[in-house]
Design a binder for this molecule. Structure first.
Ligand SMILES: [Zn+2]
Length: 420
């Protein structure tokens, strides 16, 4: 059984903007060809498939999206290896979110909370503990089974307007609909957002978290571009998408997660109450940063190449000095970064990861072996390159003992930086 996305037949080419339908012709980030980022290699003698990884910006509506997409049916299947609960940081983020929402909207045993892409129940479990009825929706059977074990009822399906209508008929109309880090994974974005509208009760609230395109550009986070992420969002573009489906934004929070995310609050258009000032403020910052001008997007390629040259300079110098280098985090962004930079086991001996399903495999494309964190003690690397820089604090704490042998932490983005 493959761990990642072993079955890849359906390459779908979509030369039109998925938001407005205009032809896609302006390059944002061209990462060449890359394997599917979470398709960990179990048999190093086996071949691998590489697909174009090229993000475009629509010159009509400024939505950033991949030009060629690999069909979701082939990516998010039963054996998808990511379990949210493996990240302490992420579970704590979810716990704090639930506390905040209970405080702000006073959900109780008469409410219904639906989470789309509920994964292994890492978030809904906190509503369950407070007696609030929940329903998870997730297309991945493996993570859904883990959710059920946590007491989180879960439907193993892709979310869209058709499922939303069925769920409403079955009595699952929601006071709160949550979607964290799912917007980027959905190719039919109009049907997805229409589903949010359909399942939302009058007076209900939708919260959606997604990595903020403004941060991706400012912090050069091009390694968050991979085949599973079809789209990259600014508040300006999300507001337009939601508006086309009768949903209005009434608040937004800026979060540190995933290198800088937005959490938007939406409701049925025409609901009572003013929108928080934060909505206008974030949009104003996006305009000030040029997200409503094409040249901001076309300049990104230079920033990306700068990161690559910077990282290769560091790695070459370290190798010439006879240093050993290991990495931490067998995650999708590491696959993107190392494949784009051409960094294989000639530079990085292995990648550490806590997820036992990934240990013993190889990183896609670059074929760097994945090991348990304890492996570091055997080889005592001089540098630990943190590929999952969004979790750098957690990893520096967890791996602090590498300092006993003089090991040092390195973060590759937005530029190479040693953490002391
Ligand atoms: Zn467009």
């Amino acid at each position: 059984m493959g761990l990642g996305v072993a079955r890849l037949e359906g390459l779908v080419s979509e030369p039109e903007c998925r938001l407005c339908g205009a032809p896609l012709r302006v390059s944002f980030a061209d990462l060449g060809v890359s394997p599917i980022a979470n398709d960990y290699v179990e048999d190093p003698a086996a071949p691998e498939r590489f697909y174009p990884l090229h993000a475009y910006v629509c010159d009509s509506c400024f939505m950033v999206q991949l030009g060629t997409i690999v069909d979701a049916e082939h990516i998010f299947r039963d054996d998808y290896a990511y379990f949210s609960s493996y990240s302490d940081t992420w579970v704590e983020h979810a716990r704090r979110y639930v506390e905040m929402m209970l405080e702000r909207f006073a959900y109780d045993e008469s409410s219904k909370v639906v989470e789309v892409a509920s994964n292994d129940g890492y978030l809904l479990q906190f509503f369950v503990r407070r007696g609030v009825p929940v329903l998870g929706v997730d297309p991945t059977a493996g993570t859904a089974a883990a959710a059920e074990e946590r007491g989180v009822p879960t439907r193993v399906e892709f979310f869209g307007s058709e499922l939303a209508a069925r769920l409403v008929e079955e009595g699952h109309a929601a006071d709160l609909v949550i979607g964290n880090n799912v917007l980027a994974h959905v190719p039919p974005i109009h049907d997805f957002v229409e589903g949010l509208r359909v399942i939302l009760k009058p007076g209900g609230v939708v919260t959606i978290e997604f990595p903020h395109l403004l941060r991706l550009i400012e912090k050069r986070e091009f390694d968050t571009i991979y085949h599973e992420h079809y789209s990259y969002w600014s508040l300006l573009v999300v507001e337009r998408l939601f508006g086309e489906h009768g949903l209005e934004l009434f608040d937004v929070e800026e979060l540190r997660s995933h290198g800088g995310s937005l959490r938007i609050f939406a409701r049925h258009a025409g609901s009572d109450g003013d929108a928080a000032d934060a909505v206008a403020a974030v949009k104003e910052r996006e305009r000030a940063a040029g997200l409503d001008r094409l040249e901001t997007y076309t300049a990104f390629g230079d920033a990306m190449r700068e990161v690559k040259h910077n990282l290769l300079e560091f790695l070459i110098r370290a190798k010439r000095e006879g240093k050993s280098i290991a990495a931490y985090g067998a995650a999708a962004k590491g696959t993107t970064l190392l494949n784009y930079c051409g960094v294989r086991s000639d530079f990085v001996d292995y990648v550490l990861d806590r997820n036992p399903h990934k240990q013993g495999t190889f990183l896609p494309g670059v074929r760097i072996p994945v090991r348990a964190p304890e492996h570091a003690e055997e080889t005592k690397p001089d540098y630990l390159l943190i590929l999952v820089w969004n979790l750098a604090d957690e990893i520096v704490e967890q791996m602090a003992h590498i300092r006993e042998w003089g090991g040092r932490f390195v973060v590759p983005i937005p530029e190479v930086r040693l953490i002391d």
